[in-house]
Design a protein around this ligand. Structure first.
Ligand code: UDP
Length: 413
């Protein structure tokens, strides 16, 4: 295991106009026109971690763009003790279908922490967007004004544990609208539900173009051999990302191909299980110098970018998934992707067109071997994947959806 140094981030944040080179001038004009109609309205975004995971990744870039188009946006992060985040992690797993064995006082503790945060925060914006279940009960504040409250759910709710969902649902039903990352994730709710794909920022350090020399330097820094195939999964060390399953798949491939495996990840402040999972992964990797387990600090965006670009194949073998931004990131870099058909991944990976969908470690190994043996097909998958992301999963799309949503919610004022 190694820990990387601080990479130099790009000095200047991109502005909206910079995206014209990627999505075209008409798209930028349309965004400006929409923004003009929402300008001056204030927005608050609330989630439970400032670093780690896809939600923080999105908000980091969406918030400055909203500000730029004169929709002042505050991003606030709720605080909570160890017990609260232990509970919310159990909720998260249960909403993804895992068994739930919460203690009698967990719902009470959850609500008490929400209440503490509610008292600490002010809610005088026109739109309050609450991300995921952790802060869902902040809606208790809504009696005090004409604000619009939106619940943005980033997780797959298609098969939730009934006990946890029955507890959360009445809170969700108090919102004005809900946003889901896939049509399959929605539940029967009393409020409108909208489809919002998560998106990546093509100009952020995580995704911008890099010099091949820089990519090689990063590989070398981590002692990865650029001359042999590199299989990579980038993910928080979380059992639902199945890093040990990735090692199993790699071992099946390794019998036939002299390849290397990179498992690069970090932790999120709202995920208390990361250290234990990292330990399991390190144990599973023991004795094989071609498995690189990299525990990266949260600012390693350029390194992750380089690891993705330097990979021969990118894997995302999740057991459950919200959307799986890492898949969009890899596709944007024209990488052949082998990924589980779970959560939002099938929206991104269209089997045999923009990547390969799998259902097991054996299937993962099979598709990796197939792609290693058919590099020209792998290249076509990467090209198609890039186009697919360009059309659906870029930051400008997300900005547009929020602006349109706000306009819809303003109707009737
Ligand atoms: N990520 C990161 N460092 C890590 C692991 C992941 O910056 O060590 C980023 C990754 O590049 C992606 C996001 O965190 O942008 C993960 O989002 P995803 O939707 O794939 O999964 P989540 O963590 O939200 O379940």
């Amino acid at each position: 295991m190694s820990t990387t140094e601080v990479a130099k981030p790009s000095a200047v944040l991109p502005v909206l106009q910079d995206y014209a080179a990627i999505v075209g001038e008409p798209e930028i004009l349309e965004l400006r026109e929409l923004a003009r109609r929402v300008a001056g309205r204030h927005v608050k975004m609330v989630n439970s971690t400032a670093v780690g995971g896809g939600v923080a990744e999105i908000l980091n870039r969406l918030v400055p763009l909203m500000e730029e188009v004169n929709v002042p946006t505050r991003w606030e992060v709720i605080t909570g003790g160890e017990k609260f985040f232990h509970i919310t992690k159990a909720f998260h797993n249960a909403l993804h279908g895992a068994p739930y064995e919460g203690a009698a006082d967990w719902f009470e503790t959850f609500l008490a922490t929400n209440e503490e945060n509610r008292r600490r925060m002010r809610f005088d914006e026109d739109f309050v967007v609450i991300h995921d279940p952790q802060p869902v009960a902040l809606i208790a504040e809504r009696n005090s004004g004409p604000h619009r409250w939106v619940w943005r759910c980033h997780i797959d709710l298609s098969n939730p544990n009934a006990q946890v969902w029955d507890f959360l649902k009445p809170w969700v039903d108090r919102y004005d609208a809900s946003l889901f990352s896939s049509p399959q994730f929605t539940r029967g709710l009393r409020i409108p539900q909208y489809l919002f794909f998560p998106t990546i920022d093509p100009l952020a350090d995580k995704n911008r173009d890099l010099e091949p020399e820089f990519v090689r330097d990063v590989l070398e820094k981590f002692h990865i051999d650029p001359a042999r195939p590199i299989l990579t999964q980038i993910s928080r060390f979380d059992r639902l990302k199945d890093p040990v399953g990735v090692i199993r798949a790699y071992r099946l491939v390794k019998k036939y191909e002299d390849c290397q495996l990179v498992l690069a990840g970090g932790s999120a402040t709202d995920d208390p299980e990361g250290a234990a999972v990292l330990q399991e992964v390190e144990q599973a990797a023991t004795g094989d110098p071609d498995i690189h387990v990299l525990n990266l600090p949260p600012w390693s965006h350029v390194e992750i970018n380089a690891l993705q670009r330097g990979s021969t194949i990118v894997i995302q073998k999740s057991l459950r998934e919200g959307f799986g931004l890492t898949v969009s990131e890899a596709l944007w870099k024209k990488k052949p992707v082998v990924a589980s058909a779970v959560g939002g991944i099938p929206s991104q990976v269209i089997h045999k067109l923009t990547g390969m969908l799998v259902h097991s470690a054996e299937g993962t190994a099979y598709q990796i071997r197939f792609l290693l043996a058919n590099p020209s097909f792998a290249k076509v998958l990467g090209e198609n994947g890039y186009q697919h992301v360009k059309e659906h999963f870029l930051l400008t799309q997300n900005l547009k959806r929020y602006l349109v949503l706000f306009l819809v919610l303003l109707q009737g004022d």
